[in-house]
Design a protein. Structure first.
Length: 105
């Protein structure tokens, strides 16, 4: 036995012994998706913040006068601009578009 089945059973044995999964565990469905996106984007697990962050990342140009997606009511230039620019340089545009399409169902 090898591959995903092996790691599944290995994780299950670990869980039964220690009551935690060795590689972490995400919820199923949209909740798990938000958990994953929040970790990737450096946001809270909040649908509005994740969606707003992804929307800004889909833009060709990031403008400082955009409202900051973190919910602070500040302009992007005065809040999270450096984090957004870092994400924009690190995440491929196609990936961001696909992520955004999944949270705007």
């Amino acid at each position: 036995m090898s591959g995903p089945l092996y790691t599944f059973f290995l994780g299950q044995v670990h869980f039964e012994e220690f009551k935690t999964f060795p590689w972490g565990e995400r919820q199923h469905g949209i909740v798990g998706l938000y958990e994953s996106y929040a970790e990737m984007l450096g946001t809270k697990i909040d649908a509005a913040e994740i969606s707003a962050t992804l929307l800004i990342l889909t833009k060709t140009d990031i403008k400082g006068h955009f409202e900051c997606p973190c919910g602070s009511s500040k302009r992007l230039r005065a809040c999270c601009r450096s984090r957004i620019e870092e994400l924009k340089s690190r995440l491929p545009a196609k990936l961001v578009a696909r992520m955004y399409s999944k949270v705007t169902l």
